[in-house]
Design a protein around this ligand. Structure first.
Ligand code: ZN
Length: 245
């Protein structure tokens, strides 16, 4: 049975019994995995107090085929990222990213997702940055990497590319922007908001604070609720949307 050592990002931690903890991890080479840290709740545990969400480390565990919970042998701390907990916008954004990953992620290798998540959390841990916009861009980018990229360059119904100055509308079920001919009524999306959405979804590029916050909040809410939360709501979404207001 292969013992693997891999960089790992802790996304969620919960107690198991009186003494252990279960961790949901994201790894570059093994996707999302669950491990049990036996004895981690004991005061003098070999894991110390480092098994917290958003912490990155080197995890050693036994990857036995046919299992969905692996026993964690060791976790060597690389980055604690405690700064995330000191800013509500950063915390809400990081929590939403973790929840989206856990909901839509798989066990397939995804080094790009790992790189984007860890880079974003590094930025969110630094209080000099504008965390809500960093997180908003990362959420759209992560959603795209997970296979839910919104279409914003062409109309989702007729396929016509948008003019750079043309307002459009949104068809959330169809997954993106729709032209005003195909959808004559509904909320208008100005061209700059559409371009901001494109930059966020395709490159994770944050927009500035002068954007239409209400519109961005509404688009994110409707998109995530339709595509990633149809059966149960995302717990971190309301807090994040509050920070975006
Ligand atoms: Zn159209």
């Amino acid at each position: 049975m292969p013992l693997v050592e891999t960089p790992a990002l802790i996304l969620h931690v919960f107690p198991y019994g009186d003494t252990s903890r279960i961790l949901r991890l994201l790894t570059p080479g093994f996707g999302f995995r669950s491990v049990i840290a036996k004895g981690a709740q004991r005061p003098r545990s070999r894991f110390g107090g480092i098994l917290e969400p958003f912490t990155e480390g080197s995890a050693l565990f036994n990857l036995r085929e046919g299992r969905d919970l692996f026993s964690l042998s060791s976790f060597t701390l690389l980055k604690p990222r405690q700064g995330i907990g000191r800013d509500l916008g950063a915390f809400a954004g990081a929590s939403l990213l973790a929840e989206l990953g856990l909901r839509a992620g798989t066990e397939e290798p995804n080094p790009q997702l790992y790189a984007v998540m860890t880079r974003t959390l590094d930025t969110l841990a630094d209080p000099d940055n504008s965390p809500v916009f960093v997180a908003l861009a990362a959420v759209w980018h992560v959603v795209s990497i997970l296979g839910f990229q919104p279409e914003v360059e062409t109309c989702v119904r007729c396929g016509r590319p948008f003019d750079s100055t043309e307002p459009s509308r949104f068809d959330v079920e169809a997954g993106g922007s729709v032209c005003r001919t195909c959808r004559p009524a509904g909320r208008l999306i100005d061209p700059s908001t559409r371009l901001e959405l494109l930059a966020m979804a395709s490159k994770g590029e944050p927009c500035g604070p002068a954007v239409n916050r209400a519109l961005h909040g509404a688009l994110l809410h409707t998109f995530l609720s339709t595509h990633l939360a149809s059966d149960r709501p995302l717990r971190a979404l309301p807090l994040f949307l509050e920070q975006l207001r």
